[in-house]
Design a protein around this ligand. Structure first.
Ligand SMILES: [Zn+2]
Length: 459
């Protein structure tokens, strides 16, 4: 068996909690987490009106085990929308950055996350040590994420990389593919960090071979969206480099976990975050190995601590030890979100990642949207046996070279091979025509359920 380098996160976490390599163990890490969790409860109750009322009958000292945390209430996105200001634990003047999250498709107040300077430092420190998994001093990394604003993800990443002697070129969201390919080749870029969909489009471009021939690229790190295996595979094959994934969200302080060289799942930022996997129906924790909703609590944040925040992401803790030999937990790739799945009449569950795998396996598709409608809508002529219709609107890069009919056939063939299709589901492929990827491309593709026009647009 090949030797796989241990994730640098383990040593970093050990140092953070005052343990050296010899006395860091799962037990000592969990003892630290329990203590930090109790401290956070205490701090949040004493400093925020929201937590004072939510946790009024909870005594932090009664949380004697990590298991007992499962008795505490959850918070969710609508709590942040409606009571975010009341979750803040510091004076307004101590807030260094406020991130307002996209609210499209939702009603009500926007979701705002508040960070102090110390909170931002935690993120920079995580980026510094997490990136050490695949970069080394002297490397040049191209950051294809927003980075103009101080405190933005690209800005914090640049600071973190500079601490390890790595130069980061922050380009921002890809708006000109030719220009980005030129930078990769002319500046001998060693690594790229960006949004899966955008890097996929770069790797699929006509000049992809130029990047491979330039031979400088060692890794790609995909971040901020769900990554379908088809996307990862295409990038790996086109550019011949390793493809890593990062899991994080603004609420987590941008970073949550990152692949090690074994490429099997995310090792988690366990000194700063406590993760749980729960049954989304009952709210009870599920055994390791079983899928459920990802819930996290911040252990070190001061501006706006989040306690048992329900992410809506579906994943599981992997039970077999990672081949890198770390004692850190490994979370499986997040391929599925609660709000991006529908149950078909046949009982089959259709998820956006399933569709992504099927649709993106057809070359030249840059992006797509999907909508499920019902035959009763009367808008579509369906065979009587087909009660539901899935409309996939595709964005292709070259409508002339790849006729819509050809793409339709390819997608249909891809669906036929999978379990998703049943004779009750009709599939219609529409062409959106070519669009440059959305400038705000940190979007999560939604599966719009408009069956029976109930008006319930899923978030
Ligand atoms: Zn590992």
């Amino acid at each position: 068996m090949n030797y796989i380098e241990k994730t640098p996160l383990e040593k970093w976490i050990g140092n953070k909690i005052g343990r050296n390599a010899l006395d860091l163990s799962r037990e000592s890490l969990e003892a630290y987490q329990l203590e930090a969790f109790q401290r956070t409860l205490d701090y949040a109750k004493n400093n925020s009106a929201f937590y004072r009322s939510l946790l009024h009958d909870i005594d932090p000292k009664d949380c004697r085990t990590l298991e007992s945390i499962s008795k505490l209430p959850f918070i969710n996105a609508s709590d942040i929308r409606n009571h975010g200001n009341r979750m803040i634990c510091v004076k307004q003047g101590d807030i260094q950055r406020i991130v307002t999250l996209d609210t499209s498709g939702t009603t009500g107040a926007p979701k705002r996350i508040f960070y102090t300077r110390a909170d931002q430092e935690l993120t920079i420190d995580f980026f510094h040590h997490g990136m050490a998994t695949f970069t080394e001093p002297g490397d040049k990394v191209l950051v294809l994420l927003p980075g103009k604003t101080p405190g933005s993800i690209g800005d914090l990443l640049q600071i973190g990389l500079a601490r390890m002697g790595v130069e980061a070129i922050v380009y921002g969201i890809v708006d000109d593919r030719e220009a980005v390919i030129d930078i990769i080749c002319n500046k001998q870029i060693n690594g790229i960090v960006g949004i899966p969909q955008q890097i996929f489009a770069l790797a699929g471009s006509d000049r992809s071979e130029t990047v491979k021939l330039a031979k400088s690229l060692k890794f790609v790190l995909l971040s901020t969206d769900y990554v379908s295996p088809a996307i990862s595979q295409t990038i790996h094959e086109s550019w011949g480099c390793e493809v890593y994934e990062h899991y994080g969200m603004t609420e987590m302080g941008l970073g949550g976990g990152v692949f090690c060289k074994a490429l099997k799942g995310y090792h988690l930022r366990e000194a700063d975050l406590f993760f749980e996997i729960i049954d989304p129906e009952t709210g009870r924790p599920v055994p390791d190995g079983e899928f459920g909703e990802v819930v996290f609590s911040t252990l070190t944040r001061t501006g706006m601590p989040l306690i048992r925040y329900r992410t809506g992401d579906i994943s599981r803790f992997l039970t077999s030890p990672c081949s890198c030999g770390t004692l850190l937990k490994t979370m499986d790739c997040v391929r599925h979100r609660l709000t991006a799945c529908v149950t078909l009449e046949s009982g089959l569950i259709l998820t956006m990642p399933m569709l992504e795998d099927l649709v993106f396996s057809v070359e030249d598709i840059l992006d797509f949207d999907a909508e499920l409608t019902s035959a009763e809508d009367g808008l579509l002529t369906l065979e009587p046996k087909e009660k539901e219709c899935l409309i996939i609107s595709i964005n292709t890069k070259d409508a002339l070279k790849n006729s819509i009919a050809k793409i339709q056939l390819k997608i249909a063939a891809s669906f036929l091979k999978s379990l998703v299709i049943s004779d009750k589901l009709k599939i219609i492929i529409k062409q959106q025509g070519y669009k440059e990827p959305d400038i705000k491309a940190i979007r999560k593709r939604n599966l719009l359920d408009s069956r029976n026009r109930t008006g319930d647009r899923k978030e």
